[in-house]
Design a protein around this ligand. Structure first.
Ligand code: ZN
Length: 348
């Protein structure tokens, strides 16, 4: 049998030590990256969630950004297209789809009275101011709006509103005589009659300031003739943040300012015109998600022949809003200006 010498023992110890060092290094080099990767995955996931939230229009980031850019005078060159789905520009040939796409995107808003970067504070103050004598505990207000009517469903919408003693706002387009009674009912039943352009044809409406002006004049005259009311509120087809218009939206805002017409965008939406497969429950869920995140809410819905789910969801929406203590009002001069592009950016 071979004798183990001291030198052998020392060598063995050294070898054991090297083994331990190698195993240690192996663990450090494999386990550490795994831990780091796991941490980064968690981080990415939480950032994605935040991004979704911000892009849904409810986050403070976009509100801050737009407001800040607006105040910095950057709106002219501002690229709002990040607010729109890529398909908006690709469907220019189809006015109806365009509207649906454009109107259901880009819903962050600026309170036009914001004068510094602290948008949230400003919004709260504005709401308190416009609320007049009301206290901070006042119910949050919700303004239901219906675009693109009158349609075959306007009567049903009006009936539901009447049965619930709720007043809303209709941004209508120019229709022929068979729809005149709906314009009249909207006014007679205490709702706000707003304008949404005569033809709702993007190519025509946004071709030039002149054509924009004639679309408004023509509709305003029709509504005055039929109802005796001169409408002085407007909603841009696609919203004031739409990227469909080739000419800067500031030109049209200047026109509206000159003619004393206020425009309203929205900060809550059902998605009714984006996806016709949405159930009434989903429409209500979508709206409530936005409404609960807002101070006050202007809700975008559609009075269109193609979206009956809106009519079906209306009773449920009203019940939910009432049960959660919201006050449902028609748009009037006290309504906070919920605008994607602030009218105060344009001097005129
Ligand atoms: Zn529309």
């Amino acid at each position: 049998m071979e004798k183990i010498t001291r030198a052998d023992l020392a060598r063995r110890r050294r070898i054991d030590l090297y083994k331990k060092i190698i195993i240690g290094l192996f663990f450090v080099m494999t386990i550490t990256p795994m831990i780091i990767s796991f941490f980064l995955l968690v981080k990415v996931h939480s950032l994605e969630k935040k991004l979704d939230y911000v892009m849904s229009g409810n986050g403070d980031y976009l509100t801050y950004r737009s407001s800040h850019d607006a105040l910095m005078g950057n709106t002219e060159n501002e690229d709002n297209s990040y607010l729109l789905e890529p398909s908006v520009k690709s469907v220019l040939g189809n006015a109806e789809s365009e509207t649906k796409l454009a109107e259901n995107t880009g819903q962050q808003y600026i309170d036009s009275s914001a004068t510094d970067n602290d948008v949230n504070t400003e919004v709260i103050e504005t709401i308190e101011e416009t609320g007049g004598k009301t206290s901070k505990k006042k119910n949050k207000r919700v303004y239901l709006t219906f675009d693109d009517g009158p349609s075959v469903y306007t009567g049903q919408i009006l009936d539901i509103l009447k049965a619930n003693d709720v007043k809303a706002t209709f941004f209508v387009i120019g229709k022929d005589e068979e729809y005149y009674d709906y314009y009249k009912r909207i006014v007679n039943e205490g709702h706000t009659l707003g304008m949404h352009s005569y033809t709702h044809d993007y190519q025509k409406l946004y071709a030039s300031t002149e054509s924009f002006g004639s679309e408004i004049e023509e509709l305003q005259k029709l509504l005055l003739d039929v109802t005796g009311v001169k409408s002085n509120i407007f909603r841009f087809p696609g919203g004031s943040s739409n990227s469909v218009s080739q000419l800067s939206i500031d030109n049209y805002i200047a026109y509206l300012n000159e003619h004393g017409i206020n425009y309203y965008d929205w900060n809550a939406l059902s998605g009714d015109a984006v996806d016709s497969s949405l159930s009434p429950e989903q429409l209500v869920d979508n709206i409530m998600k936005d409404v609960r995140n807002n101070k006050d809410s202007v809700v975008l819905m559609h009075d269109l022949q193609t979206v009956h789910a809106t009519v079906e969801s209306l009773q449920m929406l009203i019940d939910t809003l009432k049960s959660e203590g919201y006050e449902i009002l028609p748009i009037d001069e006290n309504t906070p200006l919920i605008q994607h592009v602030s009218c105060n950016v344009v001097d005129e």
